[in-house]
Design a protein around this ligand. Structure first.
Ligand code: C2E
Ligand code: MG
Ligand code: MG
Ligand code: MG
Length: 289
């Protein structure tokens, strides 16, 4: 019987699977090397208070100049990292860097700047997830109140109860939680109701469509109102045009993020973008970077 089974196994393990495994192993090695060689970088996209367009915070976004993956495709990088299991090490690196930046920037800014990072569901499922977040906070020496984790609805499709518990622990540490890409997937009210979130990010798809019809517009306005009624702040993603800005401002969306205000920029450009008043401190930082 064992022989039979072995034979079957051999049959399904064909040429194309072999090639796929080799590719995966190569990619995993490449990612491990890239981490060691500091070839990953973070770009930061600022988020602005809607009414007065003052800076609110920033989202950290992963970039990698890799020979095998297109630099402009972070989603491919994330997917590959999830498949090879490298996502945990990569996100530990992301947290360490973004959290350190959050400490540095808040030491010189004249107001609080929140920095959020994206977290993969694959990472949240790991038993050491909460520990990884906490270690990154300690290592960076940052006030957890300056930090946010962006999670997506897919996080909750598996192991809802245990993921929810982890997020509650994170929240108890004083870290902010953002529900990302709201409106792009299942968008269950259950998530808004039962997860310990502080912010809802309305997906670009909604922002793209909200001016198409009266109906689409009212849906967006209603999401904002609903979120406010349960004590959440609302961030609109992918705001590209002035009419979109005007609409979101009219319907009291708290925060906007998108090319209309700024694309994601490398860390060295953040200070210029924030237009801090020039002082010795700023000069110092600009030269250090
Ligand atoms: P996201 O978290 O929804 O991030 C927003 C994405 O929209 C970013 O794409 C940003 O560059 C883009 N964007 C912002 N404003 C505009 C706009 O006005 N117009 C257009 N067309 N695009 C805009 P990006 O940097 O390509 O990242 C794509 C996705 O990759 C992110 O979507 C996030 O899901 C994922 N990602 C990036 N970094 C990480 C990471 O460190 N960990 C994990 N798990 N995922 C990450
Ligand atoms: Mg995000
Ligand atoms: Mg998003
Ligand atoms: Mg998105």
């Amino acid at each position: 019987k064992a022989k039979e089974k072995g034979k079957n196994c051999y049959q399904v393990f064909d040429e194309s699977m072999h090639a796929e495994i080799i590719l995966k192993v190569n990619l995993e090695n490449e990612m491990r090397q890239a981490l060691k060689a500091d070839q990953f970088t973070l770009y930061y996209q600022p988020q602005y208070n809607t009414p007065d367009k003052s800076i609110y915070g920033m989202e950290a976004l992963l970039r990698w100049d890799s020979p095998s993956i297109d630099q402009g495709a972070p989603l491919d990088i994330i997917k590959a990292a999830e498949e090879t299991g490298m996502i945990v090490d990569i996100e530990k690196w992301v947290m360490k860097n973004a959290f350190t930046f959050a400490r540095e920037i808040n030491a010189i800014a004249d107001k609080d700047i929140k920095i959020s990072v994206n977290i993969s569901p694959v990472h949240i499922m790991q038993s050491d997830f909460v520990g990884n977040v906490w270690n990154s906070i300690i290592e960076a020496g940052v006030d957890p109140g300056f930090i946010g984790l962006e999670i997506t609805e897919t996080v909750m499709m598996e192991s809802f109860a245990s993921n929810k518990k982890k997020l509650e622990e994170i929240k108890k540490l004083g870290i902010n939680i953002y529900l990302d890409d709201f409106g792009s997937g299942y968008s269950s009210l259950n998530y808004l109701q039962n997860l310990p979130i502080d912010y809802v990010k309305i997906d670009k798809i909604f922002v793209d469509n909200m001016l198409n019809s009266d109906r689409d517009g009212r849906i967006t306005a209603t999401i904002v109102e609903l979120a406010h009624n349960i004590g959440l702040k609302v961030i609109a993603e992918g705001v590209e045009r002035e009419e979109q800005y005007n609409f979101l401002n009219l319907y009291k969306c708290d925060i906007i993020q998108g090319y209309y205000m700024s694309k994601p920029v490398p860390r060295g450009e953040v200070l210029k973008l924030l237009k801090f008043t020039t002082n010795n401190c700023l000069e110092q930082y600009l030269t250090d970077w």
